[in-house]
Design a protein around this ligand. Structure first.
Ligand code: CA
Length: 226
């Protein structure tokens, strides 16, 4: 079945070219030029992937992403102009899967779309290849193995690894990780995440002697290496 890509972009010529490139590669591409229209379309019929421009009439890309992430994990690639560095970082903090800077080549966008789809689908299968090692996550047994060797993790460390590894490359803020780890996080400080992360990294280290599989992004959060 063809996968559906929604392009939210108010430069309609650009959107059209992108749609043609994607269609040529077998995707079904739809274009919307207005943020509010896009938001209601996302609720009505979520696509397989969203290409989201930052500056839009009606509702801007950051607000759309923020609203979307309250209920949906659908893959999102943000499209930004180079001068919008702050917004790019904000986009990552809010849970974008990747970003592309304007001006871009349509060919590059198609390649990125494929990469993000491959990544998110691999994660759904709960097996990922990280730095040449195969990471297997068994959600029912609450067990994780790297290269066939079982990791001795606490339930919180396991959950942390599960959340990060499910979306390689995506940056999670401390607050987002806290939400994922604690049902009621009113009593828990964001520093608790640091201590679970420290322990998780220590336990991952023997399996990844030359790599740090969990990357820190200063002032924003953490990401599992894609
Ligand atoms: Ca725009």
């Amino acid at each position: 079945m063809s996968r559906r890509i929604l392009i939210v972009e108010d430069e309609t010529d650009l959107a059209q070219i992108l749609a043609e490139y994607l269609q040529r590669d077998g995707f079904v591409a739809t274009t919307i030029a207005d943020g509010l229209v896009a938001m209601s379309e996302l609720r009505r019929a979520p696509p397989d992937l969203l290409l989201l421009d930052l500056m839009l009439p009606g509702m801007d890309g950051i607000s759309i992403l923020r609203e979307l992430r309250k209920t949906s994990e659908l893959p999102v690639i943000m499209v930004t102009a180079r001068s919008e560095e702050i917004d790019r970082l904000l986009g990552l903090e809010l849970g974008a899967d990747d970003y592309i800077c304007k001006p871009y080549s349509p060919r590059e966008v198609v390649a990125r779309v494929k990469t993000v789809l491959r990544r998110t689908q691999a994660a759904a299968g709960a097996t990922a290849t990280v730095a040449g090692s195969v990471l297997e996550i068994d959600a029912e047994a609450l067990q994780a193995c790297v290269g066939g060797r079982k990791l001795e993790l606490t339930p919180k460390e396991f959950r942390l690894l599960q959340v990060l590894a499910a979306r390689p490359g995506r940056v999670f803020s401390r607050a987002q990780l806290l939400d994922a780890l604690y049902a009621d996080n009113l009593e828990v400080s964001e520093r608790a995440i640091d201590s679970h992360l420290k322990n998780l990294r220590r336990k991952l280290a023997p399996a990844f002697p030359d790599e740090e599989p969990i990357r820190s992004i200063y002032g924003i959060g953490f990401a599992f290496e894609a």
